[in-house]
Design a protein around this ligand. Structure first.
Ligand code: DX5
Ligand code: ZN
Length: 221
């Protein structure tokens, strides 16, 4: 896989929310292709982050200048899926572990966004099988969802490789996105296993130089 094909998606969860607009503008000019927007409800995960009004403001400021990638760590995603698309997400990903995931995927597509499915660490690769014809993204969690700054679980690498093989064998147009604990050491493992998009919270937003940090992640092998 050539270097240009690996996209970097900084997670705003690690940004300074008091300067969110500047923080997003900075990573876009530092070369980030996607902006990863982590939504947590305090039920599906034991943490609460940001939701629709923040996404709407961000989309108003940045629509067309980046790709807004909303990762819904919420129960009943089917209830809110349409609102996340209307708020301006280009991509909305929902957890396969949620009862309403299939319905949410249908709603996301019907409203004109790209749908994706997310796998928690304990969820097997096979959980994506019912969705292959209707999704544009598979997001593999390499930490338990809920918090930034955790350690990359390298036990997830075989699952990433398996998904890569599945996508290639069927010639599918699906991005393989990896989320959690990505840094200069682990980016190469994820890329080597077949990732095409790397989410990076702390590795970008806690670095002194966003451009350098993004370049470093992208070039790991
Ligand atoms: C965790 C979130 C991640 C997180 C990544 O639930 O889905 O996107 O912000 O942060 P780092 O890259 O610091 O592990
Ligand atoms: Zn995420």
């Amino acid at each position: 896989m050539s270097e240009q094909t690996v996209k970097i998606a900084p997670s705003i969860l690690s940004a300074d929310f008091g300067r969110l607009s500047d923080e997003i503008a900075s990573v876009i000019s530092a070369g980030a292709e996607w902006i990863h927007f982590d939504v947590m409800d305090g039920h599906f995960v034991p943490n609460i982050s940001v939701g629709l009004p923040v996404l709407e403001s961000v989309a108003k400021a940045f629509k067309g200048k980046t790709t807004l990638d909303a990762h819904l760590m919420i129960d009943n995603p089917e209830r809110y899926a349409q609102n996340f698309v209307l708020a301006g997400a280009d991509i909305v990903t929902v957890h396969t572990e949620c009862g309403g995931a299939a319905e949410a995927v249908r709603i996301i597509r019907d409203n004109g966004a790209v749908a994706g499915v997310v796998l928690k660490p304990a969820t097997p690769a096979e959980a994506v099988l019912p969705y292959l014809d209707v999704i544009g993204v598979i997001l593999v969690m390499t930490v338990e969802p809920g918090f930034g700054g955790q350690k990359f679980q390298s036990e997830q690498l075989p699952k990433i490789r398996k998904l890569r093989e599945l996508i290639d064998a069927q010639g599918l147009d699906i991005e393989l996105e990896i989320d959690g604990g990505i840094n200069a050491e682990t980016a190469g493992l994820a890329i080597g296993a077949g990732a095409t998009v790397l989410v990076a919270g702390n590795a970008v937003y806690k670095s002194a130089d966003y451009t350098e940090a993004i370049k470093k992640l992208r070039s790991q092998r």
